[in-house]
Write a protein that binds this ligand. Structure first.
Ligand code: GDP
Length: 426
């Protein structure tokens, strides 16, 4: 049975924690898109971890972790992450990397930086991890698959063709040094040797695991609103974070997906550029940002302060719908315990003065302002509460409100960053 854990909003909803939790009762955890550009924070008995590329099942020795063909594979970042687990005393995880996965080149990271510099104020808020140049090459068919790393003639031929264009851009557009083919070949051949023990035909492995009735978790990165088609284009990422893409990016039949958990926070946060209607500013924002997550709302990869705002019913309903969510997982509920009244965004007002409750396209969204309502707070620390029924009444009413406005049932509510901070509501 395949289950997806995906973000209903802009990312950073707490998917890593939910995946780590559900991995306990699963056999396989798969990353199906994205790369080392975003982080999943996980706090468990081994400590606090920020995973970027590794699937969040790596803390469970019974789980096989898979990096599917849809991922932007930064091999150095992957090896660094594996080493950091070993240093923290985590047993070496079972990890398979798809032989069809494409490899992030050092020049992808450089191109990402140079392009953001060139765009200046017009930039899209890239994390400068090479993601957009990587996927551009993949779809222009000039990328390098893991399997091609082991055929040096093909590798050299493909790089030779690709570098002609790259070097023109480096020289003429960015005024930077060119990439040398021989040194790049050496670097990639060394990288390939280190990667070799993990390389496998993961599509065959996953199809077989599914046939045998194994539980497979597909772990999404970012969230609906960063989807290149259904998100806030162009302030999106370059691969689809949607559950529907999960089967493609992993290598599974679309008929195998039985559950889709869309994760959302009890408030909103976003990192990177783009319209964010329920955003708040000033002291109120600073307070929410500092109280949010486990150490404040600061990017797990970049350390950038995240923009924060109130819960956005318009964006979340849309986010859950596009994900095809079968349930919503609500995280960070404990963060709101300091508020007397909790503002929530229930609709948008357009530039023309129209009130809308359906999430619009980006040009309209850019000029929308929030229509706010508010719910009474509960003003008591809810961390450590073990049973859903023991939450204060106003807190349960807040969860009811989110469920109603998203139109998807909520069974799991997270009241703290640790694995054990989870309440089941039925
Ligand atoms: P992901 O990319 O979706 O996995 O999310 P991130 O790890 O980037 O951000 C989620 C943040 O919320 C992290 O700091 C988590 O430790 C934290 N977190 C997750 N669930 C909860 C919760 O219920 N309460 C609090 N206070 N923090 C949480």
């Amino acid at each position: 049975m395949v289950q997806a854990i995906v973000g209903a909003n802009w990312g950073d909803e707490g998917k890593g924690k939910v995946t780590d939790l559900l991995a306990e009762k699963s056999d396989v955890v798969v990353r199906f898109q994205g790369g080392a550009n975003a982080g999943h924070t996980i706090i468990n008995d081994y400590g606090r971890f920020s995973l970027h590329l590794l699937p969040s099942g790596v803390f469970h020795s019974h789980v096989t972790n898979v990096i599917g063909p849809g991922v932007a594979l930064n091999v150095d970042a992957l090896l660094r992450e594996l080493a950091s687990l070993t240093e923290a005393g985590v047993p070496a995880p079972k990890l398979l990397v798809s032989d069809r996965c494409q490899v992030m080149m050092p020049f992808h990271v450089d191109f990402d930086k140079f392009e953001e510099e060139r765009l200046g104020k017009q930039s899209f808020g890239s994390t400068k991890s090479g993601i957009a140049p990587f996927y551009s090459d993949k779809f222009a068919k000039t990328g390098i698959q893991v399997c091609q790393l082991y055929d040096h003639d093909i590798l050299r031929q493909r790089l030779e063709i690709s570098l002609v264009k790259k070097n023109v851009l480096l020289r003429e557009l960015y005024g930077k040094p060119e990439v040398d083919l021989d040194s790049l070949m050496d670097e990639l051949i060394q990288m390939a040797e280190k990667l070799k023990p993990m390389v496998a035909d993961t599509t065959r492995f996953l199809m077989q695991a599914d046939r045998e009735g194994k539980t497979i978790l597909l772990e999404g990165q970012l969230g609906t609103l960063r989807d290149p088609d259904h998100g806030i284009y162009p302030y999106t990422t370059s691969s689809s974070p949607l559950a529907a893409f999960g089967c493609i990016g992993a290598g599974l039949s679309p008929m195998s997906m039985k559950k889709i958990y869309a994760v959302t926070k009890a408030y909103s946060s976003a990192v990177g550029a783009g319209p964010f209607v329920s955003e708040i500013f000033g002291d109120a924002a600073k307070e929410l940002r500092d109280r949010g997550g486990d150490r404040g709302e600061y990017g797990a990869t970049t350390g950038r302060p995240r923009s924060v705002g109130w819960f956005d019913a318009v964006a979340t309903r849309y986010g859950a719908m596009v994900q095809g969510a079968t349930e919503l997982v609500l995280t960070n509920l404990d963060v709101l315990s300091y508020l007397d009244e909790i503002p929530v965004c229930v609709a948008y007002k357009t530039a023309e003065g129209e009130t809308i409750t359906d999430f619009p396209t980006t040009p309209t969204l850019m000029h929308c302002t929030p229509v706010l309502d508010s719910l009474p707070g509960w003003k008591t620390d809810i961390r450590g509460i073990m049973k859903y029924e023991d939450l204060p009444e106003n807190c349960r009413k807040y969860v009811d409100f989110i469920e109603r406005s998203a139109g998807v049932p909520i069974h799991m509510v997270s009241n703290g960053p640790k694995r054990s901070d989870i309440l089941y509501r039925f």
